[in-house]
Design a binder for this molecule. Sequence first.
Ligand SMILES: [Zn+2]
Length: 344
Amino acid sequence: MDIDFSEIIYLRDPEPLTLKADYQQFLLSLMAPTVIDVAGHDTKKCRVFTTLLHGDEPSGLIAMHRWLTANSKRSKPTTNIRFIICSVDAASLAPLFSRRFIDGNKDINRCFGTGNDHSDYLRANLIEQAIREVAPEAIIDLHNTSGSSPAYASGSIITANVLSLASSFCRTMLLSDFKVNSLMEQKFNCPFVTIECGDSHDQQSHEIAYQGIKHISYCENISNFHQEKQLEIMYEPLRLQLKKGVHLSYSDHDEGSLGLTLKNNIEQFNFGGAQQGQMLGWLDCNLLANLQLLNSQNKNIVENYFSVRGNQIICAMNLRIFMATASKDTAKRDYLFYVVKSNN
Ligand SMILES: [Zn+2]
């Protein structure tokens, strides 16, 4: 597929005809990353929602479409709202919302702030520019988790305003300092929060995204609205990764496979964590040398968090686990899951 990475389309206060009958038809009518502006009462201020940075994470788009179609009958939002729909081409490939990005291209959420200006980097720059040009007072980046999971927020800076924004969506926030050239790491001079709305196939995830958009777009004052729910903050999540070339499989018992075999039901640990001694899977004779858990100094500290019983990988302490996924592609390319030491 030939992609014009320099293309970005702007729509203003779209009519029902433009929005089509449903979000699928609307997505298929888009030709490129699309910016949608909606006028608010206060036109000097703007709040930005980014959606579909990952083409297989539809909750933000679904919620945005619901808000836009409902909004034509409702009052104006408090301020201008800018929605940015990013990976339209990847999301539109059949079956819809099945590709994180197009084969041969890059994950755009690894392409921000690099100084490069070709292909996916150019697109990332245009999206960043579309955010900067409205000098937003808040940015919310909507994603889905890569497996079955409750919703949670993540950010690289936590302030009262960030917590307020996050609390419109969820009850847990991860403070992370990953350097992966994501949108979240860029400096916009306003509160920024990434929301992982839960599983992409779960209706509840779309509902969470919709309620959050609705709340934030009609909230009077973003700098002093209170926390909707008490948030639990998790510090320093680390990413458990396979070392290069290590084989991965999933099973409910030890099949003697090479590399790492994760338990089939690994995603269940996204709910409520894993206790010390909990078994997560099986390793080949290389044991923990198959894995890496890099700290902020780039040191592999996998043995501080996990240990081995026979050839089983077990938790060396009580852990909270996020983003565990039974999607082999994501697990092999990016990470097996995020992990945080738990106090309880
Ligand atoms: Zn994502």
